[in-house]
Design a binder for this molecule. Structure first.
Ligand SMILES: [Zn+2]
Length: 222
């Protein structure tokens, strides 16, 4: 796997941006440390930490990390922060060079509250920026997963154009006994909360399916 925090990587991508060898840059940044699904607390039983819901590493008021994390969680946070710092520098350079740039994360991700992300919007005039909120089931994912996309210098110029290309919010119906019914899929959404076999269900939905990948490519290139 490529380590984007390696010094050569950042320098190489900056060089490609400067030489205009890239059509664009996409930032599907890892959301595992930013997720609102992390809402557990540390629980120590008989001197050992009990496994359960992962604890929140960030908060609205401390998007770069909360105080009081244990060594394992702090390492996870610092690794993610180093990744973000590189990604934000590269995305900023690409936007300033006029390249097409997009950023994706869950709609409620704490990523969207980071000053470095918010500052990216000031780099382009309003007509070169589009924000889209949509549900991934609209692209045939079995889960709803509310998602946000920010697009800079891309072919799509208005939110309405993105909506017309399928980037819509699912208007689901609550089902008795839990879950929700999807009018696109014509069945219940797969739930992403909780764990299966010790693995967070949200991990299953971290990748884009091919329908969504193609749709994003169309927003970027037209
Ligand atoms: Zn749906």
């Amino acid at each position: 796997m490529l380590d984007i925090t390696a010094q050569w990587f950042e320098q190489q991508v900056l060089q490609w941006i400067g030489e205009r060898k890239l059509h664009g840059l996409g930032g599907g940044l890892p959301c595992n440390t930013c997720s609102r699904a992390r809402r557990g607390r540390y629980r120590i039983v008989n001197g050992k930490r009990r496994k359960g819901c992962p604890i929140a590493l960030r908060s609205t008021s401390q998007p770069w990390g909360v105080d009081g994390l244990d060594e394992t969680d702090n390492l996870k946070l610092q690794n993610a922060n180093r990744c973000f710092e590189v990604a934000f520098r590269l995305l900023r350079a690409a936007i300033l060079a006029g390249l097409a740039v997009w950023i994706e994360n869950p709609r409620d991700s704490i990523l969207w509250l980071m000053d470095q992300v918010l500052a990216l919007r000031d780099l382009v005039p309003p007509d070169r920026f589009v924000e889209v909120n949509f549900s991934q089931c609209c692209f045939n994912s079995p889960w709803l997963k509310p998602t946000k996309l920010w697009l800079f210098n891309c072919a799509v110029r208005t939110r309405e154009d993105a909506v017309a290309q399928g980037f819509q919010r699912c208007i689901s119906k609550r089902l008795k006994g839990g879950g929700s019914w999807c009018p696109h899929l014509q069945k219940a959404h797969l739930t992403l909360s909780g764990f299966t076999g010790g693995r967070a269900n949200t991990k299953k939905a971290a990748e884009y399916n091919s329908d969504l990948s193609l749709a994003i490519a169309r927003l970027v290139r037209g």
